[in-house]
Design a protein around this ligand. Structure first.
Ligand code: PGA
Length: 262
């Protein structure tokens, strides 16, 4: 039903030469591992996309951008458009990462416009969602998630809902010492599925993949991927080296053959 995903965002790490080394090491580390039941993605910095595209060609690893602009082209210095990502070989684009929200003034109404553009260009948007520590403390996590996801999807027809990937990434758990607890993750993912069911229908709730991200490691990843509504792991630091990501990919592949929801 929901094909599981192992993904990593490199953030501002791994230049073009590193991308080639990473791809070679990942292929080696995954020799003999059956990844045919899952989707795997790597999100390099823009200047590494071409190298990563070449290095991962003819492999199960797809690439994506870490951000994009809401317009196709024009006077937007320093920006990258959806058609440019497609031309660079991207299948995915990450939107609304908490570092974009926190440091670059990104907002969900803007994310909504980016989702429109990404979908029109044929990219799969990976839409990050997550509450801040203060929102968590105020007991507002589900309310915040609801507003974020419904704003992001507002322009999309109901039947296209499952064409996006959602990533629950509590903002207080990104780059932190620990991931959110499995109980907490289970409750938020269940809430997201309820919100999808209520506002976007049963099919959207059943078919839309929801990843967990935020201080995932090969150690805690095993437990997190077993949670019913967690359809994949989205990893930063622990996957910036190929060996770390290979361990995550193995964990997700093994879970894929066990979990009923997959
Ligand atoms: P982290 O990053 O795994 O290093 O916490 C996760 C993310 O930013 O998506």
């Amino acid at each position: 039903m929901r094909r599981p995903i192992a993904g990593t965002g490199w953030k501002m790490n791994n230049g073009a030469a590193d991308a080639y080394r990473y791809a070679a090491a990942l292929k080696q580390a995954l020799t003999g591992v059956d990844v045919s039941g899952i989707d795997v993605f790597v999100l390099p910095p823009f200047t590494s996309l071409h190298a990563a595209g070449a290095a991962f060609a003819n492999s199960p690893v797809a690439i994506g951008g870490q951000n994009m602009h809401w317009d196709d082209a024009g006077g937007w210095t320093g920006e990258i458009s959806a058609p440019m990502l497609v031309e660079a070989g991207c299948r995915y684009v990450e939107l609304a990462h908490s570092e974009r929200l926190q440091h670059f003034g990104e907002t969900y109404p803007l994310v909504r416009r980016k989702v429109d553009q990404a979908m029109a260009a044929g990219l799969v948007p990976i839409i990050c969602l997550g509450e801040t520590a203060a929102e968590k403390a105020a007991g507002r996590a589900d309310e915040v998630l609801s507003e974020q996801v419904l704003t992001s999807l507002a322009g999309q027809p109901i039947e296209r809902t499952a064409d996006v990937v959602l990533a629950y990434e509590p903002r207080w758990a990104i780059g932190a010492a620990d991931a959110a607890s499995p109980e907490y993750v289970a409750a938020r993912h269940a809430a997201l599925r309820r919100i999808l069911r209520e506002h976007r229908g049963e099919n959207a709730a059943l078919e839309t993949r929801i990843l967990y991200g935020g201080s995932v490691t090969p150690e805690n990843g095993k437990e997190l991927i077993e949670i019913e509504d967690v359809d994949g792991l989205f990893v930063g630091r622990a996957a910036w080296k190929a060996e770390g990501f290979a361990r995550i990919v193995k964990i997700v592949s093994e879970a894929a053959s066990r979990k009923k929801s997959f």
